[in-house]
Design a binder for this molecule. Sequence first.
Ligand code: PLP
Length: 233
Amino acid sequence: MGESVKDRLAAVKKSIEECAKACKRDKEVKLICVSKTKPSEMIMEAYESGERDFGENYVQELCAKAEELPKDIIWHMIGPLQKNKVRKVVKYAEYIHAVDSVELAAFIDKEAERIGKVQKIMLELNMAGEESKHGFKPEEVIDAVKEIAPLKNIKLTGLMCIPPLAVSADDNRVYFRQIKSLEKKINDMGICDSELTELSMGMSEDYKCAIEEGASYIRIGTAIFGARDYSKK
Ligand SMILES: *Cc1c(COP(=O)(O)O)cnc(C)c1O
């Protein structure tokens, strides 16, 4: 594996492309470079290689980077979001991936209205029923979609999940499949004005499997930027 961001990114992109081609999905898979904890210089290295979609988990960090870095970067807020931080995130994020309650969606809607924006969001699913994770249970999400769909300043674009840490590549296939079929169910019911099109799933360890099972946005950090060091935070 190459040492620079540029080299690692090129290797990851090649692997994504091969995988997506093999399952005839090569026009449908988009990469989000997950840059949390990483310095702006590393983001700029990926930017200069042509990447525009970047993902951040922490509100403060997202805002600081969005202020500093080129304005054509598309910021994805992929971390859990507290209601008291909605204002900052709505200002900068193109997508908010991990909306995990109707109440949070209503807050986002209000803030988007205030600044005259339609905020794109996804709903986070807790597919494995993990205590430690956020997100709707699969059996709750349809009712949530019914409540969120009428909100005028939100565009519900799809679903997102963070399944358990994958030990082997196939471990999370079952969850990826389930979330794909949930998406279909929601679309078949015609609850939203426009169909859900985005499935945000797959990370460094399991993205190939996620692509095979229908991911539209894969979120990759470590394989591009290297391991994260949280001790400095
Ligand atoms: C950190 C993070 C990622 C990236 O994970 P890697 O294993 O480093 O690729 C993706 N999605 C979310 C929600 C994350 O928090």
